[in-house]
Write a protein that binds this ligand. Structure first.
Ligand code: ATP
Ligand code: MG
Length: 417
């Protein structure tokens, strides 16, 4: 099957020109080059995907160096892995030397040696991700599909390439469900059976790799479907016995998306994911997934704040009371609690803090206070603190109000001494 015409229609003009240039350079070096993985799958499905992965039978780094010399690309090469990234203004291209992989033990990173395109395709996760399109001039556009990926695409199936696949790399369990839910596909029968059987192999996967797969799930349009399905299969519970994937998560994830920009969503999803945990359970989870410090803080804050929410469920709270309670929490933890809380009053107070209170500052600065005769040091600190409180509670609004208050505060402090 030849897809030359589809490539022309599918790729943006700029990207097409790049691909042609690279293909020309590869021919000069007598190397064969192919488009592989997600872009081939999505091109056949008609879904846009301009993250191009290229595989080179030969030396990807050498080819990328030549391309970088004759174009305005920035080159990032990893000689050890035989991979290179070419960064252009609007696109990046990933080039990799075709390789063969062997797994010394389950879950370990594989040993890698140079190989053919076929070797490179068999090491991949699923048949639908194991297709390539030749970019060589003599068979430009030819589909290379040794594992019947196109047939599986047509039948909407996620299929592993050999029975040991999940055992070799159990992150594929998470990947399988991510594609199943994203594409609305089904797991092929044997794949489904092996997936369930190999769930315990998740224990062989490092925290970083599991976390990375969760991050990929959280970049999906509808991650809650993936989470829910992972819960039904018992995959979540294998990662942490406290994880659940029910309807609560689905509702809150959906709400989160209406509020936040995509870049802010993953950390919010993490905080919602662990909302039912106790403060003790979370520690085990943070260690298992090797969660970085800032996100760990946000997740711990989420649970700590959850225990303080009853304080906010009272209609008469003053803005300064809300401020002093919430100022020590990560904003994303506050957002997670606003989504999780069922009390309109609490939700309102949490949003008030996030949108307004946390930005409130007195208008008078230290210099201006000095000119009013207030000396730097503890006196000024105290005046600033009281000005801030008055401003939060709406007791002062103009700068003149603040000056008057500052003067009277300073006088009463002096009188009190
Ligand atoms: P998308 O980015 O749309 O999720 P993709 O296919 O581009 O899909 P990547 O995660 O970018 O996925 O990976 C690129 C390719 O590398 C995949 O198509 C797949 O062939 C291969 N791959 C990625 N992770 C694994 C894995 N754990 N085991 C085997 N092959 C993998
Ligand atoms: Mg990709």
């Amino acid at each position: 099957m030849n897809l030359a015409r589809q490539i022309e229609q599918y790729l943006p003009r700029q990207l097409l020109k790049l691909v042609r240039d690279i293909s020309g350079q590869a021919a000069k070096l007598e190397q064969r080059i192919y488009l592989v993985g997600g872009v081939v799958r999505d091109l056949l499905l008609g879904y846009p995907n301009f993250d191009l992965d290229l595989v080179v039978e030969g030396d990807a780094v050498k080819l990328a160096q030549q391309v970088a010399e004759t174009s305005q690309a920035k080159l990032l090469a990893h000689h050890r892995f035989g991979t290179a990234k070419l960064r252009y203004e609007n696109f990046t291209l990933d080039l990799a030397t075709a390789r063969r992989e062997t797994y010394a033990r389950p879950g370990a990173l594989p040993a890698v040696t140079p190989g053919t395109l076929k070797d490179d395709l068999i090491r991949r996760d699923f048949s639908i991700n194991a297709m390539a399109i030749s970019l060589a001039s003599n068979d430009y556009g030819e589909l290379v599909d040794p594992y019947q990926g196109k047939n599986d695409l047509e039948h909407c199936l996620i299929r592993i390439l050999h029975p040991g696949s999940f055992n070799d790399d159990a992150t594929r369990i998470l990947r399988a469900i991510r594609y199943e839910q994203r594409l609305g596909f089904e797991l092929e029968t044997q794949t489904a059976q092996l997936l369930k059987q190999d769930i315990p192999m998740l224990d062989t996967i490092s925290g970083d790799r599991i976390r990375h797969e969760l991050e990929l799930i959280f970049k999906e349009k509808l991650p809650e479907f993936v989470i829910q399905r992972l819960g039904e299969l018992g995959v979540l519970q294998r990662i942490s016995p406290f994880l659940k994937g029910g309807g609560w998560i689905a509702e809150k994830f959906g709400k989160a998306r209406r509020l936040k920009k995509p870049s802010q969503l993953p950390s919010l999803y993490f905080c919602l994911l662990i909302y039912s945990f106790s403060e003790k359970d979370i520690e085990q989870f943070l260690v298992r997934l090797n969660i970085p410090a800032k996100l760990s803080r946000a997740m711990r804050d989420t649970l700590r704040l959850k225990t303080s929410l009853p304080f906010l469920d009272k209609p008469s709270r003053k803005p300064s009371e809300i401020y002093y309670l919430l100022r020590e929490y990560e904003p994303v933890a506050i957002q997670a609690n606003a989504l999780a809380s069922e009390s309109p009053t609490t939700q309102r107070y949490l949003q008030l803090f996030l949108t307004k209170l946390r930005y409130v500052k007195p208008s008078l600065n230290g210099e201006e206070l000095k000119r009013l005769g207030i000396s730097a040091g503890p006196e000024m600190g105290k005046v600033l603190q009281l000005l801030h409180k008055a401003k939060l509670d709406g007791e002062v609004s103009t700068k003149a109000d603040e000056k008057n208050l500052a003067l009277s505060l300073s006088r009463s402090q002096k009188d009190g001494r």
